[in-house]
Design a protein around this ligand. Structure first.
Ligand SMILES: [Fe+2]
Length: 215
């Protein structure tokens, strides 16, 4: 489980030891009717109290991969219904809370996600059946790899990829995102004539539980 580091401590953020004097404080003392040294101790404590981190803690890549593998085993055991829809990608949210979303997705022939990122979320997928082709952005441009049944991969921050099923056999996969997707951008390959690069075509906000960007 990934966890946030403890708040940094320093001489300025440690326990309050009483009023301090700085050159700026001395300068302001000239215009205040009561000098800084005379402020109540409680006010000084508030100024120096360390901030609490209250944001949800996300799962790390290892945890996410393990989660998709466990849910994939449930799918193979018949615990979750799977629908193959030739007209559009089919998806079902298996789990969703403040920390992680888990989606079950089916891919009929020639169905694909589109080149995208996951904004501030980590991601992972496990292929349950069939095979998928992941095309991801690397320093050398777009690279593709085939993900066969049983294969799992994780997506760190900044991972830009497309996922597709070009084969005649339907594929099924389990995807997880932590924290749950809140925004994402779509891209198109471009070039300045020398180096390959990505051009962002649009960005969208993702509502809680929405299937936007799933893939
Ligand atoms: Fe994705």
């Amino acid at each position: 489980m990934w966890s946030c580091p403890p708040p940094r401590t320093s001489a300025r953020s440690g326990a309050a030891v009483g009023p301090t004097t700085s050159t700026s404080a001395v300068a302001r003392a000239d215009v205040h009717t009561r000098p800084l040294e005379a402020r109540p101790l409680e006010y000084s404590v508030l100024l120096h109290a360390p901030r609490r981190i209250v944001a949800p803690i996300s799962l790390g890549l290892t945890d996410l991969v393990g989660l998709t593998q466990r849910v994939a085993a449930e799918v193979r055991a018949g615990d979750h219904e799977v629908v193959i829809d030739p007209s559009r990608r089919w998806y079902q949210r298996i789990q969703g809370d403040d920390f992680v979303d888990v989606w079950l997705i089916s891919w009929a022939t020639e169905q694909y996600a589109e080149l995208h990122d996951h904004a501030g979320s980590f991601g992972a997928l496990t292929v349950v059946s069939g095979a998928l082709t992941e095309t991801r952005w690397t320093a050398g441009g777009l690279r593709s790899r085939k993900l066969r049944a049983g294969r799992s991969v994780g997506f760190g921050l900044g991972h830009v990829h497309d996922v597709a099923n070009p084969s005649p056999t339907p594929a099924v996969s389990v995807h997880a995102y932590s924290p749950p997707l809140t925004a994402m951008s779509y891209y198109a390959p471009d070039s300045d004539g020398v180096l390959p690069r990505l051009r962002r075509t649009r960005s969208v906000l993702v509502e809680a539980g929405s299937s936007e960007g799933i893939g």
